[in-house]
Design a protein around this ligand. Structure first.
Ligand SMILES: Nc1ncnc2c1ncn2[C@@H]1O[C@H](COP(=O)(O)OP(=O)(O)OP(=O)(O)O)[C@@H](O)[C@H]1O
Length: 267
């Protein structure tokens, strides 16, 4: 991590117990401005639980989650509810796609925008000029995001009619509609074919650069991880077993043994 880059997310010794099971065991992780950081590890290592703690779905048993939203003061977000975490500027996608399948592609993105609009119920009923202006801005920004993820021509389709890879990109657009400074992607390439995965890796880099959004992603596709990550953290049985550049992770014996296997270099 560049020494000068501001740390946007600092997670310190995060622990999450489910009854007698320690799913996350004292994991420390940081994401700096402009970084693409990957969290990898075998199934059941605790990666999604880590995301769920950071995004307010679970309240961690121990540890600290500190965020430093650009232009605002640093805050500890342990115990914040998911919508409050989104409001601060951290948006996520899920391992299992969570779209409104019977709504259009455009409407799905517009819903993401909701947390940035201020229209009251009365305002929505009366539809005064301020409300109309906000609606226009929401629609314009939603189209812009669909353009970015390559889905603008499907704006009026039902989400359920999109191919799987396109649904994953739509989830990313919806998350981006909340104006995040940090985007957390949980297995964005899951279920994608190799061509879709290559396009996704370009898209993630483009989002991070053009929109100045930092990215923290969980992913099993090692080509994608090694191609786009500035740094990688590796978990096994709830613990962080390594961190480093793609080059360092590829050649780390502990990681090869736990996760990458002998073919790790080719992944
Ligand atoms: N709500 C829960 N209640 C009880 N145990 C849970 C809960 N959520 C996760 N676990 C357990 O915590 C451990 C870590 O699971 P988690 O889903 O975080 O792993 P993961 O690294 O994301 O795996 P994958 O790569 O398969 O998604 C597993 O043993 C899992 O069964």
């Amino acid at each position: 991590m560049a020494e000068t880059a501001e740390k946007l997310l600092e997670v310190r010794e995060l622990t999450m117990d489910f009854g007698g099971l320690r799913a996350v065991d004292s994991v420390t992780l940081e994401v700096a401005a402009g970084e693409i950081v990957a969290l990898i590890g075998p199934n059941g290592a605790g990666k999604t639980t880590f995301f769920n703690c950071v995004t307010g779905i679970y309240k961690p048993t121990r540890g600290e989650i500190l965020v430093n939203p650009p232009g605002r003061k640093k805050q500890k977000i342990n115990g914040y509810k998911p919508n409050r975490v989104t409001g601060i500027g951290m948006a996520r996608t899920f391992q299992n796609i969570r779209l409104f399948q019977n709504m259009t592609v455009l409407e799905n993105v517009m819903i993401g925008r909701h947390c940035r609009t201020t229209t009251s119920i009365v305002g929505a009923i009366l539809r005064g000029p301020a409300t109309k202006r906000q609606e226009r801005e929401t629609i314009d920004r939603s189209y812009e995001l669909l353009e970015k993820v390559g889905l603008v021509e499907f704006a009026d389709e039902f989400a359920k009619n999109l191919p799987y890879g396109a649904q994953r990109r739509l989830e990313i657009a919806r998350a981006m509609a909340t104006d995040p400074f940090l985007l957390l992607l949980d297995e964005p390439a899951a279920g994608m074919n190799p061509q879709e995965t290559r396009e996704l890796d370009e898209l993630i880099v483009k989002i991070s650069k053009d929109e100045e959004i930092s990215i923290l992603l969980i992913e099993h596709d090692m080509k994608l991880v090694m191609n786009i990550s500035d740094r990688i953290y590796v978990m096994e049985y709830g613990k962080k077993i390594a961190k480093g550049s793609p080059q360092e992770i590829r050649s780390n014996p502990k990681v090869i043994e736990a996760y990458l296997g002998e073919g790790g270099d080719d992944a």
